[in-house]
Write a protein that binds this ligand. Structure first.
Ligand SMILES: C[S@@+](CC[C@H](N)C(=O)[O-])C[C@H]1O[C@@H](n2cnc3c(N)ncnc32)[C@H](O)[C@@H]1O
Length: 348
């Protein structure tokens, strides 16, 4: 196992290096730990903030000093990355990096943070929508799920992977005082931001629950409407999620989800890259397969309401693919799309 600690020599970077070195000596002495301090070298990894940990070429964490238990967990995977944990860590880091007060002392990429492109190439402009809360918009959505969600006053809306609460605040505008919005999120730092945003506005009918959306902390038949923005594509396995959405929807309820899907050849090099994974692309599946998962979960009236092409800049593609693969990718009639899809749970 090859572990690299990326950092420009600041106190936090050195602290992380010493911490990882000590854990490695105690738990995995065959692994190598090296420092990468040259900014040009660090930028090649595409990290947003330092200090960062890279294991066998995969960025595992960035912008913070992880807990000892987390580092031990990563090392024990013996090179195999737990993708869910990786996503959680990435969005935790993103929540921290979005908060100036908590930005790491030695972020070589700040303030522009070029790798933010991984997270923002699909983002929409939400600023004109009623209920928009700028502090909840971290630029990580890929559609406008509330646009087709037909939310009524008094509805209970559940938002899957609610982040800092962007879509929840927009949904709350539509449910009004008499309705309720529940965001479900597994990255603790996102939850902290979301709850602070709700408290700042004095909203008592928005709740952010910590949990995994594949096993929601909600009883059956809770929601009139389920929304989600750019989240399901992050799940390593897609089969469970639509059954879970069906379970929490009331009979006659519906969902509106914006997500990333593919059409055509997609180089597997993407799926090996953690940054692409966390950026919603690497784990996206073919559109046909996606819609078929929805059907298998018994939804009716399935409709793709909107399709938007996602353009990946050449510069970013070159970080993942060599010239041969890039040419194959471009010739392969590949499409990466953000779709907004709706479906209904039949009335009983
Ligand atoms: C691309 S961001 C979108 C956030 C938000 N929907 C928005 O548009 O601003 C994906 C969010 O989903 C969360 N997430 C990913 N997988 C999850 C899971 N299995 N359970 C709960 N939250 C998850 C991530 O932590 C992250 O906050």
């Amino acid at each position: 196992m090859n572990i690299q600690i990326l950092g420009t020599g600041c106190a936090k970077c050195n602290e992380l290096y010493e911490k990882v070195k000590k854990i490695v000596e105690e738990t995995n002495p065959t692994a190598t730990v090296t420092k990468v301090e040259d900014i040009m070298e660090i930028m090649k990894f595409g990290v947003m903030t330092t200090p960062a940990i890279v294991i066998d070429g995969t960025i595992i964490s960035q912008g913070s000093i992880p807990k000892e238990s987390e580092i031990i967990n990563w090392l024990s995977k013996n090179g195999k990355t737990d993708l869910k944990e990786l996503v959680k860590q990435s969005y935790n880091d993103l929540a921290l990096a979005s908060d100036d007060k908590q930005k790491c002392c030695c972020n070589p990429l700040a303030p522009a943070a070029p790798s933010k492109k991984v997270y923002t190439i699909m983002s929409e402009d939400y600023s004109q929508l009623k209920g928009y809360e700028p502090d909840a918009d971290l630029g990580v959505g890929c559609g406008l799920p509330t646009q087709y969600a037909r939310i009524q006053k008094g509805n209970t809306v559940v938002d899957l992977g609610s982040g800092a609460g962007n879509d929840c605040f927009i949904a709350r505008e539509e449910t009004g005082e008499t309705g309720k919005v529940i965001g479900i999120e597994f990255a603790p730092q996102m939850l902290i931001k979301a709850r602070a945003n709700a408290a700042k506005r004095g909203f008592t009918n928005i709740e952010f629950l910590e949990g995994d959306i594949e096993d929601m902390p909600l009883p059956d038949k809770t929601a009139d409407v389920v929304v989600s923005n750019c989240v399901l594509n992050l799940l390593p396995q897609k089969d469970k999620i639509f059954h879970e959405i069906y379970r929490v929807l009331k009979p006659g309820g519906h969902f509106c989800i914006s997500d990333v899907v593919l059409n055509g050849f997609f180089p597997k090099e993407f799926t090996n890259n953690a940054a692409m994974y966390a950026g919603c692309i690497a784990s996206a599946i073919q559109q046909d397969e996606y819609l078929s998962e929805i059907e298998k979960a018994n939804f009716t009236e399935i409709k793709v309401e909107r399709t938007k092409t996602v353009e990946i800049p050449d510069e970013l593609l070159r970080e993942q693919l060599d010239e041969d693969l890039l040419a194959k990718f471009k010739a392969g009639n590949v499409g990466i799309y953000s779709i907004t899809v709706t479906g209904k749970r039949a009335s009983e």
